[in-house]
Design a protein. Sequence first.
Length: 261
Amino acid sequence: MPTPEITLGAPCWIDLMTSDTEKAKAFYTALFGWTYQTGDEEKYGGYITASKDGRMVAGIMAKQADMGAMPDIWSTYLRTDDIQATTAAAAANGGQVYLEPMEVPEQGSMAMYGDSSGASIGAWQFGDMKGFEVAAEPGAPAWHELLSKDYESAVGFYQKVFGWNTDVMSDTPEFRYTTLGAGDDAKAGIMDASGFLPEQVPSMWSVYFAVEDTDATVEQATALGATVMQPAEDTPFGRLATLSDPTGAVFKVIQDLGQTA
């Protein structure tokens, strides 16, 4: 399958901040068949690149000791062609700049923000590294979703900061959802989560991974030390489950029910 087309403002990369890189590598290898390459310590801080069938899908990095009680977490990065302007726009539209633009030698430039609803989101400006090389295939990222406690503010933030051309998929009190792009061309979504996220849980981005069989994946993941956060269920978009890996990083798996497992 060809490398996915990653348009400006769309998700282009994901990575895992983990308290145990070796445990994470073993888990995702067993679950998704990933292989790894570790970057130079001096240039890239030992950043680990994960690949599926020889194509890059994600990154893994060790959580630093000074991060304290910060949980292990998957992060999403959106593509920008001017990371300085994007950073200024994030600050001007209710966001916080957690990490100022930083050049990654030869690869590109990154920054990390808190959006106007409090969710962490990364920005990536392409250099030699042009994002994940496979998507929506088993073991690769399939969807990216913001669960926001301040839905209207969040939609405006991504429109103004990342230039999102949005489509309202649903606008009922029970289900409010806006996508980047429309229909089959949608690249990411924002859900109004104010009615169901617990008070102590902030707005957050979720990463979905495609799988051939959600139930079998959940069974395998739990045998490998994962925890089921939300059991498998059929949705209009596929069979979905929410898991946390052995060190607590939350992710979702989804099976396209139009495909034979």
